[in-house]
Design a protein. Structure first.
Length: 235
């Protein structure tokens, strides 16, 4: 693993948080980031008794550290690679707000220090979309599906109380990192039983009454907290 030279070593407080989480200091390579992540993931993974929230933090640090290394190697090349994804993400943000919903963004502090506010936003991550009204329909779900590649950081999606159907629900399969999905009050039906298989990190699932049969409820992964229109269900 690369070691910083005395002249390039920075005070610990000046390092991006992602590097601190991984125990790294610049200069470093993508391989350094990968090896540091793998070493910590072996201990932090929930399947090995680790804290799920700490593992999520480690995954975020890995993604940001990769961005940091690429950014330092070639600022213009890195920026060009982000522009299209940023534009698509902003399309979803604009549509959500125009439909009366709200969004939540996660900022990247180290990038703002390097690029300033104007360009610092290109690495902001859309982590939550909350629509939850009558405009949470299949058309909106199609937009999310088409932009799934640019929404890899989306963890919370609330489309409750809208006219979403099974057809619209199928468009959401590409949002692989969802952890909280609220579909209570929608018109989805038999496809609901397939949802846990689409999202490996899902922790909460809200469904309309009658969307799941008895067998589907019994086979729901224990990691998923299930709630229906009438209130929380037992895990």
């Amino acid at each position: 693993m690369s070691q910083p030279s005395p002249s390039s070593a920075l005070p610990e407080s000046s390092h991006p948080e992602c590097l601190v989480v991984l125990g790294l200091r610049p200069p470093l390579t993508l391989e350094d980031v990968k090896q540091a992540y793998l070493a910590k993931a072996l201990k932090a993974h929930p399947d090995r008794g680790g804290d799920p929230q700490e593992f999520i933090r480690l995954q975020k640090a890995f993604d940001e550290a990769n961005d940091f290394v690429k950014f330092k190697a070639s600022k213009l090349e890195w920026l060009a690679s982000k522009i299209e994804a940023y534009a698509q993400q902003q399309e979803v943000v604009t549509e959500t707000i125009e439909r009366g919903g709200s969004i939540e963004m996660e900022e990247t502090d180290w990038l703002r220090k390097s690029f300033g506010e104007d360009f610092g936003h290109v690495a902001d991550k859309l982590v939550a979309v909350r629509l939850g009204n009558s405009r949470a329909d299949d058309v909106f779900a199609i937009l999310l599906g088409f932009r799934a590649e640019s929404l890899k950081d989306l963890m919370t999606l609330d489309l409750s109380q809208g006219p979403l159907t099974d057809e619209g629900l199928l468009q959401l399969k590409g949002l692989k990192n969802l952890r909280h999905l609220d579909l209570r009050g929608t018109k989805i039906g038999k496809v609901a039983a397939e949802i846990p298989g689409w999202f490996a990190h899902l922790e909460f699932l809200g469904l309309p009454k009658g969307a799941l049969g008895m067998f589907a409820r019994m086979t729901m992964p224990r990691r998923v907290k299930l709630a229906v229109d009438t209130g929380p269900e037992e895990e």
